[in-house]
Ligand binder design. Sequence first.
Ligand code: GLV
Ligand code: MN
Ligand code: MN
Length: 418
Amino acid sequence: MTTENDRTAKAGGASFHEMWRDLAPLGRHRDSGGYRRYAWTAADADCRAWFRQQAEARGLTYEVDRNGNQWAWLGDPLAGDAVVTGSHLDSVPDGGAFDGPLGVVSSFAALDELLARGARFARPLALVNFGDEEGARFGLACVGSRLTAGQLTVEQAHRLTDADGITLPRAMEAAGHDPDALGADPERLGRIGAFVELHVEQGRALDLSGDRVGLASAIWPHGRWRFDFRGEANHAGTTRLADRRDPMLSYAETVLAARREAELAGAVATFGKISVEPNGVNAIPSLVRGWLDSRAADQPTLDQVVDGVEKAARSYAEAHGIDLDVVRESFTPVVEFDHALRDELARILGADADLRVPVLGTGAGHDAGILSASIPTAMLFVRNPTGVSHSPAEFAAEDDCVAGVLALADALEGLACK
Ligand code: GLV
Ligand code: MN
Ligand code: MN
């Protein structure tokens, strides 16, 4: 019988450790300890160079697609019915080390594990790093996979702009990628038979159930809404309270309303990003712009929360003489992962008597969710003992990560090998 120690001593575990160590310093902020790996920046370029080097070191066929996603192929990329695994290397502001990179590093480690097992592949295998999953720089999540799946038009992508006024095409061009090439890529998706994304769990379900690895059932519908509260800039010392049109007040009341609506509905709602003009300590703001991220188990509940927050915001704005615009910047409907693929993975992983693989839903968005509208997709989650994510404190123990690598290797072997 194979023991846990024998299993973790295999090739996948050793290569995981080395890759993790090499990737760890890239894009890490000295003071916060968090990652600032934003799309098409120098830190992103370092991560992309790392991916390319891993691909080339293994003799895989390396390519960058029209939307800037990186691919590493074992077997003929044009043969069709490929099995693909991977995730993303970019981060949220001061993100953790695991959200995204765990899936990419585990893909290479799982391949190493399969090659060490002497696996014989019957289908092409590709590893992928999707560009700009978090949307930290241009405000829209999953840009690389959305473009590829035709869920974001070239015109919409060309209009995306960062906080410094740099458009996505300019940022891509500066990083050496041709923005004129952007666009839907049905031909590429047509060559993929299954996509499996491994990801750190962003909650504590596995910790609570005592399992190392889980399978995804569904992703909650979620979106981002921009609330622009416009008032009148004025002197903070000399303007009578009664004479003010201060948009910060209606913004603050709206934050509390979002919390209330989410609690009532059993959903979540977060204002995590704000920009203020003119942003002076001694000036009443002229504009407060806040971004609402809201998610719920089903669409009617999400609609109810967002409608409730908007209604409350409008009444607070009116009471303070504030103009309000609300714009939906992105939306992802509920995702039910492919049942046949999930059952197949449950069957494959169920062959290991030491591994129990519960099925979990999640409120987090993923490239696998975007692609699920076009191709069969599945996700594996790795235990996160604190549940913390999108924070420098995000963590998963190395032996759990290696258990994830071995589960991914088993999954890929079951899907792609003779
Ligand atoms: C991505 O991690 C998201 O769920 O926003
Ligand atoms: Mn994330
Ligand atoms: Mn992620």
